[in-house]
Design a protein around this ligand. Structure first.
Ligand SMILES: *Cc1c(COP(=O)(O)O)cnc(C)c1O
Length: 352
């Protein structure tokens, strides 16, 4: 007997390009992008920049690079970027801001990563003189990955923009999953774009492209970031093949995110029915279900092993934190199985 196919809920990055996406990729017009001659990349950069009301965009092989190029444009060596404690930029980019750009960081902790402008402003220290570090930028993650796919409240973003601008502090949006935020909140991309000096977005998450992110900002910053991308070894040649997948994802997969959100909510409801302390379904707004199992004896790694034995993959991201992410490549019967297996295992853990 062959082993059953695992249902992979570790991340929305695990999707594989569909047959139609591959067809579009194969047919893409390409050129040498280091010479600025790839028409499919050029049109993607223009398209996404326009979508967010920005002057220019830069195609990048990863969201981490788009984030790093962005903050490099805003923060000089020895200056400070502040952000939430569990944000990707400080937890999941291996110290790149320090390694490559000499950027120091301080963080504030927010429940579920949820933005409150005052949390950021309370620790911001612009123009600190010759003795203390000066804050020159703030990074906001929307949706917040390790916070459980949290959608940031627009009112807090507006308030933060108003007050940070008057302090001379720039704002960066880590919008790896801004697509999910838009679908959940109905807020237009241009509206989000208004409040940030630099933006990173990923096509390789819920939208289902195999590779690709963009950094968005002013023409000036994007010209500088293009040189830094090359310096970091991120200059790509006929990468229009990848940009074509990104175009396809924007054309076809954006509207499908609402299914991911619906399924994540269903999973949360099924879990809360047996283990209400583990997840509040009202907190599941997008495609990420963050399970807090601190009330249980079992560890996230143990639960993840048990799940795997039952055919489901999840991510143990902390000793007591397990993440489940819905995405494009799941079927209804996958979700049905997850909704049986996960509550069953949690119930078993509760009584043992
Ligand atoms: C995935 C992700 C990124 C970028 O990740 P890469 O793997 O480098 O593409 C950045 N920010 C957040 C919040 C993410 O979830």
């Amino acid at each position: 007997m062959s082993s059953p196919v695992l249902i992979d809920l570790r991340s929305d990055t695990v999707t594989k390009p569909s047959a139609q996406m591959r067809e579009v990729m194969a047919a893409a017009e390409v050129g040498d992008d280091v010479y600025g001659e790839d028409p499919t990349i050029n049109s993607l950069e223009e398209r996404v920049a326009q979508l967010f009301g920005k002057e220019a965009g830069l195609f990048c092989p990863s969201g981490s690079l788009a984030n790093q190029l962005s903050i490099r444009m805003l923060v000089a060596p020895g200056e400070e970027l502040i952000t939430e404690t569990n944000s990707h930029i400080v937890r999941a980019e291996l110290g790149a801001g320090a390694v490559f750009s000499g950027i120091t960081t301080r963080t504030w902790l927010a429940d579920r990563g949820l933005l409150s402008a005052s949390d950021a402003l309370n620790i911001a220290r612009p123009d600190s003189g010759p003795y203390l570090v000066s804050t020159t930028a703030i990074a906001i993650e929307n949706t917040h990955n390790f916070g459980g796919g949290t959608v940031q409240p627009l009112d807090e973003i507006k308030k933060l923009r108003q007050e940070s601008q008057s302090l001379g502090i720039a704002l960066h949006l880590d919008g790896a999953r801004i697509w999910n935020a838009h679908i959940a909140s109905g807020v237009e991309f241009k509206e989000y774009g208004k409040y940030f000096d630099t933006i990173s977005v990923c096509l390789s998450k819920g939208l289902g492209a195999p590779v690709g992110s963009l950094m968005l900002s002013t023409k000036d910053r994007v010209i500088k970031a293009r040189a830094w991308r090359k310096r970091y070894g991120g200059g790509m040649r006929q990468a229009g093949l990848l940009a074509a997948a990104a175009h396809y994802a924007l054309d076809n997969n954006l509207a499908l995110l609402k299914n991911d959100h619906k399924r994540a909510k269903e999973i949360a409801i099924a879990i809360a029915a047996v283990a209400p302390k583990v997840i509040n379904p009202d907190h599941v707004e997008t495609n990420i279900v963050g399970l807090d199992i601190s009330s249980m004896k079992i560890t996230a790694a143990q639960l993840s092993e048990q799940l795997k034995a039952s055919g489901v993959l999840a991510s143990a991201l902390g000793p007591k934190y397990l993440r489940v992410v819905t995405h494009l490549d799941l079927t209804d019967s996958d979700i049905e199985k997850v909704n049986q297996v996960l509550p069953q295992l949690l119930q078993r853990a509760l009584v043992s």
